[in-house]
Design a protein around this ligand. Structure first.
Ligand SMILES: *[C@@H]1O[C@H](CO)[C@@H](O)[C@H](O)[C@H]1NC(C)=O
Ligand SMILES: *[C@@H]1O[C@H](CO)[C@@H](O)[C@H](O)[C@H]1NC(C)=O
Ligand SMILES: *[C@@H]1O[C@H](CO)[C@@H](O)[C@H](O)[C@H]1NC(C)=O
Ligand SMILES: *[C@@H]1O[C@H](CO)[C@@H](O)[C@H](O)[C@H]1NC(C)=O
Ligand SMILES: *[C@@H]1O[C@H](CO)[C@@H](O)[C@H](O)[C@H]1NC(C)=O
Length: 367
């Protein structure tokens, strides 16, 4: 039984833009990962807990990460705005090695980004490794929200013809940032941090909906139903050779009793099973949706023991349920986003294709 809880970083691209990271899900290729057990990043690991972290060296650019960004942060209470003052970059890598220059710009993200605030960018400065910007990137956000975010500042070379090249990033955990400190800082750029390929556990496509009114439950009047339509999985890890016999199990936490458990049938010899199975849970009031969490785990049914392949949890990811601190209320940004979409559109199916991650199953015996 794995006792590790991992928050999977979001690999989603940010739309049809020319940045090189917008190629969608990365091509997992072992050769592109280097073990970085001696990685000394101080803030960048804050969103990853208990996992081994490695560096994903960009596939197309042989650009070394070097240099830094000088900036200051300020929260302007009067405007309810977060200001990132980008002063300059120093000693950036040269994408045009012959002429020893790049066309750099700086981009910001607040992650995770459930409110969809998106990115901000400075202007592109041409033909320089030491660009001066003196630009403010602004976000209209509440302080409380900001304090739960990680600021991701990255430097890019804007390529006129090809793909933009990644020049490095800085991550700052804003929950521990002193917002009274508005001094300029010069911090070094670092390579991108991703989870190890072994943490790539395939994906699960599902749709969920909340029917507020139609419950057949007599116990809780005025309650509704949550429907979970498990559609299919893609690229499940082949942990057993030559193939696996997958099935999906569902719990609605905090209830881990037998009646909370539902399963799909077992599909034979496939890493891409199509389940097309709907599970129904009743007795939900709208306010329960903020406290409950749907745990879906994918298993390989073996004669002797069943193996956990991966899972996910749909909920608000607040760390709490009905006022109690719980470790399973740990949904990733993508998982929270799907759950929220369901809450915001009652009676409608909302669909998502979500990456499976390592979860410590609330209850992991086959019965
Ligand atoms: C490239 O330019 C930077 C300053 O812009 C300089 O410090 C560095 O030595 C140059 N490198 C080469 C290989 O010419
Ligand atoms: C930070 O932003 C850059 C640029 O958008 C992205 O490539 C990188 O994956 C982000 N880092 C994390 C940890 O999300
Ligand atoms: C990068 O260059 C392209 C083509 O010159 C341009 O269309 C694009 O807006 C630039 N990107 C940024 C981030 O400024
Ligand atoms: C920040 O400054 C405000 C007002 O100037 C003060 O009330 C607050 O205690 C300061 N916070 C910290 C962490 O120093
Ligand atoms: C899934 O099930 C529904 C009804 O239960 C059926 O209409 C549909 O054709 C099925 N889809 C697949 C891909 O099997």
């Amino acid at each position: 039984v794995l006792k590790v809880s991992v928050t999977v970083l979001s690999f989603k691209s940010d739309g049809g833009e020319s940045d090189s990271e917008s190629s969608g899900v990365p091509q997992w290729n072992n050769k592109q990962f280097t073990d970085l057990s001696n990685y000394s990043g101080s803030t960048s690991l804050s969103s990853v807990s208990g996992s081994v972290v490695s560096v994903y060296n960009s596939d197309y650019s042989s650009v070394d990460i070097q240099g830094g960004i000088q900036f200051s942060l300020n929260y302007v209470h009067k405007l309810r705005e977060f200001h990132i003052f980008v002063v300059q970059c120093q000693n950036l890598a040269a994408v045009d090695t012959k002429r020893n220059r790049s066309d750099p710009y700086v981009k910001s993200y607040l992650i995770p980004d459930p409110a969809n605030l998106g990115k901000r960018k400075t202007a592109v400065k041409k033909k320089t490794l030491n660009p001066t910007y003196n630009e403010i990137l602004r976000y209209r956000v509440r302080m409380e929200y900001l304090m739960s975010q990680v600021l991701n500042l990255s430097a890019w070379h804007n390529d006129t013809f090809g793909r933009n090249s990644f020049l490095g990033e800085i991550e700052l955990d804003l929950s521990s940032w002193d917002f009274n400190d508005t001094e300029w800082k010069l911090l070094p750029l670092k390579p991108r941090v991703y989870l190890q390929p072994s943490d790539f556990r395939g994906q699960l496509r599902l749709a969920i909906r909340f029917l507020p009114q139609i419950s057949h439950s007599k116990n809780i009047p005025g309650s509704g139903e949550v429907h979970i339509w498990v559609k299919d999985c893609k690229n499940l890890p082949l942990i057993r050779s030559p193939t696996i016999d997958p099935y999906v199990k569902c719990f609605v936490l905090p209830d881990i009793s037998k009646k909370s458990s539902q399963k799909t049938r077992v599909l034979k010899r496939t890493a891409n099973p199509i389940f097309n199975h709907t599970m129904v849970y009743d007795g939900f009031r709208a306010e329960d949706l903020k406290e409950a969490c749907v745990e879906l785990t994918v298993w390989d049914r073996d004669r002797l023991a069943n193996h956990l392949l991966g899972g996910l949890r749909l909920g608000m990811g607040t760390g709490k349920s009905y006022g109690v601190q719980v470790d399973w209320m740990d949904s990733t940004a993508e998982e929270v986003a799907l759950w929220r979409r369901m809450m915001e559109s009652p009676n409608e199916w909302v669909e998502g294709m979500l990456p499976l991650r390592m979860v410590t199953a609330a209850k992991n015996t086959w019965k």
